[in-house]
Ligand binder design. Sequence first.
Ligand SMILES: Cc1cc2nc3c(=O)[nH]c(=O)nc-3n(C[C@H](O)[C@H](O)[C@H](O)COP(=O)(O)O)c2cc1C
Length: 468
Amino acid sequence: MSEKRKRQLSLSVFVQQYGTHGRAWRRPEVKAGGNPSFEDWAKIVRTLERGKFDFAFFADFVGQGGPRVRGYGGSPQGNHFEPTALVAALAGATRHIGLVATINTNFNEPYNVARRLASLDHLSGGRVGWNIVSSLAEGAAQTFGVNDGLDHDQRYERAAEFVDLTKKLWDSWDDGAFDHPDKERGVFSDAKSAHPVHHRGRYLQADALLDIARPIQGYPVFFQAGNSDSGKDFAAQYAEVIYAAAQTLPEAQAFYRDVKSRLAKFGREPDDLKVTPGLFFHIGRSRQEAQEKYESFRESIDVSSGKHFFGTDLSAYPLDGPVPTDLPEPANGRGRWLQAMALAKRENLSIRELILRFAAVQGHRIVVGTPVDIADQLEDWFVKEGADGFNLKPSFIPESLDDFVNLVVPELQKKGIFRTEYEGKTLREHLGLKRPPNPFSNRAGVLGNGVSAATPTSASAGHSSART
Ligand SMILES: Cc1cc2nc3c(=O)[nH]c(=O)nc-3n(C[C@H](O)[C@H](O)[C@H](O)COP(=O)(O)O)c2cc1C
């Protein structure tokens, strides 16, 4: 695929079985309960594929238990598939769409993750992405019976070493290392194609060779959602898609410029990282209908459940009173919290209004209007470099999603900013991202598919490390 293709909008969905609205599962027409159903999930993802979406995203918050277990029964989040198992099943139920699984770097081992993702990439024909998270929730550590003692920045540091090691494992075989088994000599793969990993790092160690061929995409596509300074640096070094939360165009543009400007120091180009803010939407056949839908969405939000605002208990303050200006900053999620406080100040919001405008949509953008209005609003951010794409948060599944696919996607296609057919095969190709070469293949005599081997040309390609 040409790297010079016309810039295209990317569309994806943060998939939740019933939708993002907290009460989505309680509607009378929804058949809720029972075991998680593969068919229900497959139906959602097939709808996205019909809409030519780039990918479906599956979040995962390990350790909902621990201190949170008491509040847990109120949500269906306690009953959903582990993302990589789900992606494996969905790979067989779809043909084109990318499938992005969240995997935590604190409570996993690089070898297992590298092997699982390589397997998924082969099973799906190169359609897999990895949302790299390091989970700060207290319950997560308790779930695994560990106290890792790592603070926010150290978790990002460990995540960086984790990703470095998984990359080495994926590079531990040349591309095409298993393409030419020699039946006569009884040699399945040339030993020279193997590059065993010897890693001694600050957090991790391994002496290993991966038990599977290098992924079709080289590496799965890396996703991340950092908001802090260390999070954005991590994204600039590793991520190829970053999630963001912004409600206004200037906010989105500032984030866009900030993360893109960080790439150069890691030898990357601005286009190597796509910025995809979250998007809530209310579509009507007329503006009035859309506005009514938005009003009914607001009325259905349980404002009392939002009283714990980013871990801050606001219940001592009157709901319709002003947002206190002297609240302590939370240890985690500081970036979002600052955004919320700035919004409250800018628009002089009450606590109730701040919950409705910000907490209920996790600080994401809300668009309301006809399909043409919504397509115009998306195009505006896309053209003015506030976003390379959007990660949709449909309130109610299936109807919000059906509306977007049936009504808004054709408008975006008419504008020529969104595909009418899948052109590429892999998720990288959908997103216009380069395939990372195996550093061991940067050698004279290596074929395009990487078959043939020698020693790496540079020390950086070596698979030994001794970080202290
Ligand atoms: C759209 C979106 C999806 C996210 N999905 C997950 C997830 O599935 N699991 C998780 O542990 N954290 C998830 N996060 C949280 C981020 O990984 C990260 O911890 C958060 O954005 C704070 O970043 P910071 O620590 O750099 O400020 C998500 C964040 C966003 C904006």
